[in-house]
Ligand binder design. Structure first.
Ligand code: ATP
Length: 366
């Protein structure tokens, strides 16, 4: 297994900077996902690794090999980078059978015909498409076409896998199945993988490391758990999570000797290690970190139910007190009447605090 390393990668299109001085290391065999909104520079980064895009500055290493260096004038073409690629459109040749689509990709490797056949058969078996080998892409469903693209990758035995929104053309159920399949594929092939998506569920479920990008810059790089629970800044806090994270703005006051953030009806105690420079702060709380009671409880906030959306396994509730609104996510299928009073309590351990000026997380958990 080998690592992928990007150093100081910069790419502009005219006046627009797509990627700004990006440093990135994908550890050998790791699954790293670049996540971010449309236009943040994800695809440009991936295409630069593949050799389909030439950065204006920086270096790219695949294992020990430098495949791109602006300063040394090294530009190895894509076909010599030993990379397996899957893009949003699976790029199957419409006039070729499944079998030909796979074997054509192996041509550059100059295998013997028996090696070629055994790679083809193994790949088709792995994606369960053996009975479909003589079909044309137009005779396959979207999911089956996607599996042909996966089979092609398996047959190639690349040490590096690059995938750009490979699941976005599939319906929701198939997407969940293919997600599991891609995860298995990555494990089986032991290939160092970079995956690009704007779908946070894909990023959180598939990855060892998630890199959140915005406007050509890395906003945070970390394990899915840290990205979700300890967002480095407000952008990551708001971008990750559905329903969206709750945001409370308030000012720090002294209440019976302890510092609390006064957000109107809601008072949130500050952790003792918080080094807040300003009086005003932003607190964020995930909807599942607010507890709910149908009976009054000491110290809990009384709110009225404004909307309720059971999704089956979970229920999304919107509630409001006199001057605070918030969203809750509760397990189970909850049935309640709009306007009903309930009591809520924020789990203090799950609160993140941000500086309103810099929008950076004030709690250093590293
Ligand atoms: P999406 O999720 O929509 O694919 P992305 O995060 O992958 O977005 P990129 O495709 O990397 O974004 O694009 C980054 C920026 O560079 C965008 O603002 C885009 O308009 C611009 N860009 C990308 N490719 C080109 C090009 N060939 N010519 C001009 N501008 C481009």
């Amino acid at each position: 297994m080998e690592k992928i390393e990007l150093k100081g990668i910069q790419k502009s299109y005219g006046k627009e900077i797509a990627v700004r001085h990006l440093d990135l290391t994908v550890e050998p065999g790791a699954f790293l996902t670049i996540l971010g909104p449309s236009g943040c520079g994800k695809t440009t980064t991936l295409r630069a690794i593949a050799g389909l895009e030439e950065p204006d500055a920086g270096e790219i290493m695949l294992g020990e090999r430098t495949v791109f260096s602006r300063s040394e004038g090294i530009i190895i073409p894509p076909e010599h980078r030993n990379i397996g690629l899957i893009f949003q459109s699976y790029a199957l040749w419409p006039h070729m059978t499944v079998e030909r689509n796979i074997t054509l990709a192996l041509k550059a490797q100059k295998l013997s015909s028996s090696d070629m056949t055994s790679r083809l058969e193994h790949a088709l078996e792995m994606v369960q498409l053996t009975p479909y080998r003589q079909r044309y892409p137009s005779e396959l469903s979207g999911g089956q076409q996607q599996r042909v693209a996966v089979a092609r990758l398996i047959a190639l035995r690349s040490r590096f896998l690059l995938m750009d929104e490979p699941l976005s053309n599939l319906d929701a159920k198939l997407r969940t199945e293919m997600r599991a399949e891609l995860k298995r594929l990555h494990r089986d092939l032991e290939a160092t993988t970079v995956y690009v998506t704007h779908d946070q569920i894909e990023a959180l479920t598939l990855s060892d490391i998630v890199v959140v990008m915005n406007d050509g810059l890395v906003m945070q790089e970390g394990a899915p758990y840290d990205i979700y629970h300890h967002p480095a800044n407000m952008f990551v806090a708001e971008f990750i999570g559905d329903p969206r994270i709750n945001i409370f703005r308030g000012s720090v006051i002294d209440q019976d000797g302890t510092k609390v953030l006064d957000c109107g009806d809601l008072k949130i105690p500050l952790p003792p290690d918080l080094d807040a420079k300003s009086e005003a702060l932003i607190a964020t709380v995930r909807p599942e970190d607010i507890h709910l009671s149908t009976e009054a409880r000491e110290g809990w906030l009384k709110v009225a139910l404004e909307s309720i959306q059971p999704t089956g396994a979970q229920t999304i509730l919107q509630v409001r007190s006199e001057n605070t609104a918030m969203t809750l996510l509760q397990p189970g299928f909850i049935r309640m009447e709009i306007g009903e009073h309930i009591w809520v309590d924020v789990d203090h351990k799950a609160v993140n605090f941000f500086d309103p000026e810099t929008e950076q997380n004030l709690i250093n958990r590293s």
